[in-house]
Design a protein around this ligand. Sequence first.
Ligand code: DAT
Ligand code: MG
Length: 151
Amino acid sequence: EQVEQTYIMVKPDGVQRGLVGEIISRFERKGFKLTGLKLFQCHKELAEEHYKDLKTKSFYPTLIDYITSGPVVCMVWEGVGVVASARKLIGSTNPLQAEPGTIRGDLAVQTGRNVVHGSDSPENGKRETALWFKEGELCEWTPAQAPWLME
Ligand code: DAT
Ligand code: MG
C-alpha cells in the first residue's frame, strides 16, 4: 500500500464556470490529502511540455490554446491508490460517455471542455507534480481526520 501523488487541474472552463469549489470538494470528501494548490496562468511552453505525448494529434494546437486561455487551478493530491481513484472520480475523457456521478459525467458535455485533468499513472503523477509545482510550494502535513480515514 504505497502512497501515491496525482496532479489534478481544474481547466480554464472549470474556473470560468465557477466549478473550482465543487471539484476540490469531491476530492476532499473522498478522503485524499491536498498537498499543493494554486491559481495559475499557464504559458504555452508549460502546456506543451504537459501534453507532449499528444503532440502529433490533430487537436493538439486547439488543446494548447484552450489550456492557456485563462487561469487554471493546480493541485496535488496524495493517498494510497489516489491516481486510479482520481481518474474514476473524474470520469471518461468524453463527458458524454462519462458516468453520472463523475465530475465530467455531471458537469461537462464536450471532450474539448472537460473541466479537469488527472494524471494517468503514478509515474506521470510525479512528473506532472514536478512540472507544475516548485518544491517549496508543496506542503507536507497530517490532516486531523487521518485516523478516521485509515485504520
Ligand atoms: P484525459 O484528459 O482523460 O487523460 P487524454 O490524456 O487522452 O485524456 O487527452 C488529454 C486531453 O486532450 C483531453 O482531456 C481532452 C483532449 N483530447 C483528447 N482526445 C481528444 C479528441 N479526440 N478530440 C479533442 N480533444 C481531445
Ligand atoms: Mg491524460
